[in-house]
Every structure is written in C-alpha cells, then in structure tokens.
Ligand binder design. Structure first.
Ligand code: NAD
Length: 331
C-alpha cells in the first residue's frame, strides 16, 4: 500500500513513518521542512506546499494522512491568518483532491483543543465543541471539511489527539511533558501554570499506533475519535515527571506553582477509539519520561530554536510562501 503523509517530517511524522516502513508500507511525504528532515532515506520526498499538489499528483496513493499546519496555540495566535489557511484550508484542499484522485482513505490530525474550556466532565465525541481561539477553531474547521467529503468510497478518520509528548528525531520541547522534563533537567525546576487544569496526554508511541490502527481499520469506517494515553491535571503531570526523574536521575526538583487562567481544560473518553479502531494505549507520563531519559543525549542542547515551534516559525515567517495571504488579524 502506498501512502502520502503531508507534514510527515514533523514531530509525529518522524516517529510514525519509520513504523509504517517497518510494516511494509511505501511512504512519500509532502513537506516544507520547516524543522529539517530526519526521515529514513527510503521515504519519497515531494518538497512543496500542499497547495501546490494536484489531483494527478495524488493518483498513486491508496491513503493520505494530514500531519501538517501550525501545530500549537502560540503559532496560531502569532499569525491567525496563516493559521486559518494552513490549519483549515490546507486539510480541506488536500482531502478534496485526494477524493477526486480516488484515494480510499483520508486520516486527519485533529486535536482535543476543539473542546475548549469544559467543566471537568469526561467528554466523548458526541459532546459539543467549544473553542473560541484560532488553533481550536481551525482544527475543527479542518475536521468538518474532511468529514464533509466522506462517503462509501472515501473514508475519513479524524483523530482528536491530546497533547503528545516523548522523544522524536524531530524533537519538540514545547509540549507539556517535554517542557517539564527540559526545565527539570536544566534548572531543577518545573513551573506549573495552573495545577487544576485537565489535559489528556498522549505518548508519541501511542499516537503513532493510533494512526496505524486508523490506516488498517475496515474501509467502511469514518468518523471522529478522541485519543489519549490518559487524562491528568497539570499538577499531576508535574508530580509524575518530578518523581520519575528523581527516582531515575541524580536530581532534586522544585515545583514553581502558579495560578494562571487557562482557556483550555478538558478530559476525554477514548472508548470509541478502543471499540471501533482497537486502539488500546499503553503509555503514561512515567513511560514518556523513561523514553525522554533514554534519548536525552540527542536533545541536550535545550535551547535549540528548532525544538520550539513558535521560535522557528517566527524566524521562518518572512520566508513562508503562502500566496496572497499577507495581512494579520489586529494585535
Ligand atoms: N503535537 C501535538 O501535541 C499535537 C496534538 C494534537 C494535534 N496535533 C496535530 O498533529 C499534526 C502533527 O503535529 P506535529 O507536532 O508533528 O507538528 P510539527 O509542527 O512538528 O510538524 C508539522 C510539519 O508540517 C509541515 N508543513 C506545515 N504546513 C505545510 C504545508 N502547507 N505543506 C507542506 N508541509 C507543511 C512542516 O514543515 C512540519 O514539518 C498537526 O496537524 C497538529 O496540529 C499535534
């Protein structure tokens, strides 16, 4: 089976794609390589923007995965106009040309951010979505556009992921567990902005497994699926990172507790992914910390700007080729 992964050289793609190759899939990526390329050499490369693909380009593929766009709130808020183009229009366009090219399935990287601020109840996929911030709104728009295309010949699977953490060859240190790990190791401090806020945490290995389950699911399956390894409060995540690191490394870590208002608070049920996709996560904050410890020598240059999406994006922004979208929403 031949797959095209848009944004495949990013944080998640750099872990997912070696696992796809290992399973015997042929994989090409379409990429702008904002963060470089850490993919195995057998991956086929289309070095271009999604918007420069045509229906003809997609005829060779059985399934298409969307992992591109601006992948966090700070990037989305820094440039709301580019956010809506890259997170809402790009997945809609890619899904549209994929369907016209007779691709059989489109797997879209959605986010639990679509839920916005909820009142401490467990949310399944039937609950209302409520984000009023650029990232959450645009991820929902991408999802809705993709689902709009689904029919008996074209399956669409939208994976609403919790915050991913763990080691990737394309490393990010701007994701909750990874950030806590970095400051704990570098400064012996973990800052907790708001300990009572709920966040679903997804280990990067569980995230990759979920994409494999989606690709291999029965052809008639379409829909939206929450994904998490577990639901934690931010205070609980900090406790787990601290105790695991103190157990495994020679460090004593201080918690710096704050009570900053957050606009995201949600915990999600993953029963639908378990029942329909056979997704059974095995990760936890502890296993993520173990993964980071195993690989720490590969990303000890903690302040490398490539590990921060917003820092890299600011540096690249002037050069981003996004036709006719130049104005920013007011400050
Ligand atoms: N990382 C998380 O915690 C998380 C959680 C929920 C959802 N998601 C979603 O999952 C996806 C993957 O996340 P990630 O952390 O791997 O992101 P990432 O920022 O590491 O990678 C995104 C990649 O997409 C490429 N790209 C962006 N726009 C493109 C375009 N128009 N054409 C071609 N390539 C383009 C970039 O070069 C980059 O390599 C994103 O869509 C993100 O919104 C991520």
């Amino acid at each position: 089976m031949r797959l095209l992964v848009a944004g495949g050289a990013g944080y998640l793609g750099s872990v997912l794609i070696p696992r796809l190759l290992d399973r015997g899939y042929e994989v090409d990526v379409v990429e702008l390589f904002w963060f470089g390329n850490h993919l195995p050499s057998q991956v086929g490369i289309l070095n271009k923007d999604i918007f420069h693909l045509s229906v003809t380009d997609l005829k060779a593929y059985d399934q298409v995965i969307f992992l591109a766009g601006l992948s966090n709130d700070p990037m989305a808020e820094y440039s709301p106009s580019k956010n809506f183009v890259l997170n809402a229009a790009a997945p809609a366009y890619l899904g549209y040309i994929a369907k016209n090219a007779k691709v059989k399935r489109y797997v879209y990287a959605s986010s639990c951010s679509v839920y916005g601020y909820t009142e401490n109840e467990l949310y399944d996929e039937t609950r209302p979505v409520g984000s009023s911030y650029p990232y959450g709104i645009s991820k929902l728009q991408g999802e809705q556009a993709a689902l709009q295309l689904a029919n008996d010949e074209f399956s669409v699977i939208c994976l609403r992921k919790g915050t991913i953490s763990g080691y990737s060859p394309r490393m990010r240190l701007d994701l909750i567990v990874n950030t806590m790990f970095k400051t704990a190791m570098r400064d012996e401090v973990i800052t907790v902005n708001n300990p009572s806020i709920w966040r679903p945490i997804l280990s990067i290995e569980d995230a990759a497994t979920a994409y494999i389950r989606a690709l291999e699911a029965n052809a008639r399956i379409s829909g939206v699926f929450n994904l998490a390894s577990g639901n934690y409060t931010v205070g609980e995540v900090a406790d787990a990172v601290r105790s695991r690191l103190e157990e495994r490394m020679d460090v004593r870590i201080r918690l710096n507790m704050k009570h900053v208002q957050d606009f995201r608070n949600y915990k999600v049920s993953t029963d639908k992914a378990a029942n329909v996709l056979s997704f059974h996560p095995t990760g936890s904050v502890q296993s993520i910390v173990d993964d980071l410890i195993r690989n720490v020598d590969k990303f000890r240059d903690w302040d490398n700007t490539l590990y921060s999406n917003i820092q890299t994006f600011k540096a690249l922004e002037e050069r981003l080729e996004i036709p006719s979208i130049t104005s920013e929403v007011g400050a």
